[in-house]
Design a protein around this ligand. Structure first.
Ligand code: ADP
Ligand code: ASP
Ligand code: MG
Length: 408
């Protein structure tokens, strides 16, 4: 018995039958003596459909109006689910982001939660109501609706769990938990019983969309007891926590793929000190995040620098660099958006030599060329051609889970 925050994703609330299923899960939890706050996403592909509708009317619509539009999907879900719960005879109330005091910064489309004024929540919970909250949305200091970025309902749920000191935050989705790779892509991917916040954060940041990466960051910061599980099967899910039992083993915990990436190469830069500073400070000023960076050894007084950015930033980054071609002194700019980043993640790899080599061997055996490499203590990422990315994930996964045995 306690306070439980539950979050249900788009597939879990896609139609009437599924909303009724969600209403059943919520009311079962309530009947067991818990207070329940449930965060819902928009139904099915609603958010994508709204994006398409907007693009038909104005492809350059302001971000404020986009947020006004996109936030409507979640409002439909919470009101319909509240009706389903009313029909089951339980006390319930649905609340939008602003009603629940979800304060964010001003950044439309990718807002950060700054504070939650929880008076309304406290008042509804003290009346023993089930509270349904629209995910993915908040309100900024101009009283405008903001959204938290794609997949942001996970972050709404974790933020509510943190501020309410919930005993548990359950993220219900369309798979049984966090797997060693996307189970839709890798048929023999294994479900993890538990995973550390740090590994989950890397996996989410590197493309495993099962959790919004900022939700994991927040869960770690506020020590939220987090669980990912299916709204369909009732199977035990994956616990995300600070320390897990198998942490000492040398292993990787998963393989992830990110297609939202593009590569730029500045060819024939002058081999002088300060060039990297000039290039990357220019991009930083425009808030363009740079990921993997590769600089070639200088020859004949010139060198090349390649780096990756989010695909959505490619056009802006390219235009910016072309504008400064003379000042930066490069010969040519090459860009490619047919690339993808494939990564392995594992807290154990720091003490386990040969992990990167194993990954590269798998790619070599499959004839997949590596364009760029980047490593950290708990991950190795490679940039490959987009058309080979799925296969890269599959061969890397099978190499590791054969090489190191079935670790978890
Ligand atoms: P929701 O709508 O419930 O938020 P998402 O589509 O955002 O669901 O996330 C769930 C999906 O994440 C799964 O259907 C799965 O295809 C994908 N996924 C990618 N990597 C992983 C992984 N390592 N483990 C589990 N699911 C993953
Ligand atoms: N509906 C939003 C999206 O599709 C938020 C979410 O589902 O988490 O990105
Ligand atoms: Mg999601």
């Amino acid at each position: 018995m306690g306070l439980i925050v539950q979050k249900f994703g788009g597939t879990s609330v896609a139609n009437t039958e599924r909303l009724q299923n969600v209403a059943r899960i919520i009311t079962e939890t309530y009947k067991a003596g818990n207070d329940v706050v449930a965060v819902l996403s928009a139904q099915g592909d609603t958010t994508d459909e709204l994006l398409e509708k907007a693009a038909e009317i104005n492809p350059r619509a302001s971000k404020r109006e986009m947020d006004m539009l996109l936030s409507t999907g979640e409002q439909v879900s919470i009101s319909l689910c509240a009706m389903a719960i009313e029909a089951l005879g339980f006390p319930v109330i649905s609340l939008t982001g602003w009603q629940v005091g979800m304060k964010t910064n001003r950044t439309y489309g990718d807002a950060r939660i700054t504070r939650i004024d929880k008076d309304r929540l406290d008042s509804e919970l003290s009346q023993h109501k089930i509270v349904l909250v629209a995910g993915f949305q908040g309100i900024n200091r101009f009283d405008d609706v903001t959204t938290l970025g794609r997949g942001g309902s996970d972050t709404s749920a974790v933020a509510l769990a943190a501020v309410l000191h919930a005993d548990l935050c359950q993220i219900f989705t369309d798979v049984d938990g966090v797997y060693t790779a996307d189970p839709r892509l890798v048929k023999d991917a294994k479900k993890l019983d538990e995973i550390t916040y740090d590994e989950m954060l890397e996996l989410a940041t590197l493309g495993a969309q099962v959790l919004h990466n900022r939700s994991v960051e927040m869960a770690k910061k506020y020590a939220v007891n987090l669980e990912v599980l299916s709204s369909f099967t009732g199977n035990p899910g994956t616990k995300v926590k600070e320390v897990v039992k198998t942490m000492e083993k040398s292993h990787i915990s998963g393989v992830a793929k990110d297609k939202n990436i593009a590569r730029l190469a500045l060819v024939g830069l002058s081999n002088q000190p300060g060039i990297a500073f000039k290039v990357f400070s220019l991009l930083a000023k425009e808030k363009i995040n740079v990921d993997i960076i590769l600089q070639s050894i200088g020859r004949d007084d010139t060198k090349d620098i390649s780096f990756t950015v989010a695909r959505s930033d490619l056009e802006r980054a390219g235009a910016l660099l072309e504008q400064r071609k003379e000042a930066l002194g490069f010969k040519r700019l090459e860009v490619s958006d047919h690339v993808a980043k494939v990564s392995i993640v594992g807290a154990g790899m720091i003490n386990s030599p040969g992990v990167a080599a194993t990954m590269f061997e798998a790619l070599y055996d499959a004839g997949i060329n590596i364009n760029m490499i980047s490593t950290s203590e708990i991950k190795v990422s490679v940039l490959v051609d987009e058309s080979q990315a799925d296969r890269a994930v599959q061969v890397i996964h099978s190499q590791f889970f054969r090489e190191f045995g079935q670790q978890r």
